[in-house]
Design a protein around this ligand. Structure first.
Ligand code: ATP
Ligand code: MG
Length: 350
């Protein structure tokens, strides 16, 4: 009997630790309170090519901070705002920037924080998150990857009955979005969410009064891509931007001369790429530069040990236009099978 009860205690411990997982304090429900220490900071200036979305988000924040301004004309703050768009267009990034700039607390959670195995658990987590938010009101809740919990209720999928737990969780979310009432006073809580699969969301989530504002983030156009590249390239030490084509490299798609890089040219050659893709390209270019420089150093070392002359090369290493060329080329090569918008450009890289 003793062993038996020990067994239960251990099980209970494991269960509890599972429940408390994801950095949530006991009894608080999931969601990181996004003060600057809990969520990596981003700045609004660093998000480019999605100006409408930025504006909508700022307006939402404004309704929370200055409710009086809206009440004068009889407007009430929107309940929810849904950011929708392809992967890597900056939805999570926008949440991070909002957390830093909003001036109201933002509780950041991911849809999967609410996905639970036991019926009723997920719903309880939703309730706790909203109760916690009510304490900080006016307050923003951000639910990333909303599709993880907001799937349409009757889409059981493959003929199975839809799962009770998921349904309860979603119902709880719908109820909470209708307003947390505490002492006859509706709390000012606004829910922002992000998804790249709006089509699978339950229609009840999208009706006015819930996520009534839907903002689509599109893949950036050429100007947007150039601006995004600039944001990320600026972080490279000694980065130089300029125009120009390297005469010595005729026949190649040239992105500049030496360490002077033409970001406009890169943007023009990368249609269909997302912000995340562009960040990746900049980083790959930097990695190539490191590879090149360390190979050079090795060479110099071995030659200087022969001639014992000190190195004359004192210019600091830079990421060059050619590093960018190779990076873009590799990007398209490794994803050739996925039909990118830039498919016809591939011929240039042959
Ligand atoms: N508009 C943008 N401006 C600048 N950088 C961007 C932009 N969009 C994406 N990035 C870069 O790509 C990274 C990933 O973007 P983010 O995580 O916001 O994508 P997401 O829209 O949330 O994608 P998913 O739908 O897959 O979650 C960002 O951290 C940022 O560095
Ligand atoms: Mg995201």
């Amino acid at each position: 009997a003793f062993l038996f009860s020990m067994y239960f205690i251990v099980l209970f411990r494991i269960y509890n630790s599972l429940r408390g997982g994801g950095g949530a304090g006991a009894g608080n429900g999931p969601g990181k309170l996004a003060n600057l220490s809990e969520l990596p900071v981003a700045r609004f200036e660093d998000i480019q090519g999605v100006d409408t979305a930025k504006f909508e988000v700022m307006e939402l924040v404004d309704t929370l901070r200055n409710p009086g301004k809206y009440a004068i004309l009889g407007a009430r703050a929107p309940k929810g705002l849904l950011l929708e768009g392809p992967p890597g267009t900056g939805k999570t990034l926008l949440a991070r920037a909002t957390a830093a700039a909003a001036g109201v607390p933002l509780l950041y959670c991911s849809g999967s924080d609410f996905v639970e195995m036991f019926v009723g658990r997920g719903a309880a987590r939703v309730r706790k998150t909203f109760e916690r938010a009510a304490k900080y009101a006016p307050c923003l809740i951000f639910i990333d990857e909303l599709d993880a919990l907001g799937k349409a209720r009757d889409s059981g999928g493959m003929g199975f009955r839809s799962n009770d737990e998921a349904e309860q969780t979603l119902n709880q979310l719908l109820a909470c979005m209708d307003g947390i009432v505490e002492g006859n006073k509706k709390k000012q809580i606004c829910v922002m969410a992000a998804t790249n699969r709006k089509d699978v969301l339950d229609p009840a989530l999208l009706r006015p009064g819930r996520f009534d504002r839907i903002v689509r983030l599109e893949l950036p156009d050429a100007a947007g891509r150039e601006a995004i590249l600039r944001v990320h390239a600026k972080k490279l030490p000694g980065f130089q931007e300029g125009k120009g084509i390297d005469d010595k490299r005729a026949g190649f798609l040239s992105f500049g001369v030496g360490s002077v890089v033409d970001l406009g040219a890169i943007a023009a050659a990368t249609p269909g790429l997302s912000g995340a893709d562009l960040e990746f390209i900049v980083n790959e270019a930097a990695i190539r530069a490191v590879r090149r420089v360390s190979a050079q150093l090795r060479e110099e070392e071995s030659s200087s040990s022969l001639s014992s002359s000190s190195s004359t090369n004192t210019t600091p290493p830079r990421v060059t236009a050619q590093d960018f060329e190779a990076s873009v080329q590799d990007f398209f090569r490794s994803r050739r099978k996925k039909n990118f918008g830039g498919g016809d450009l591939l011929s240039v890289f042959k």
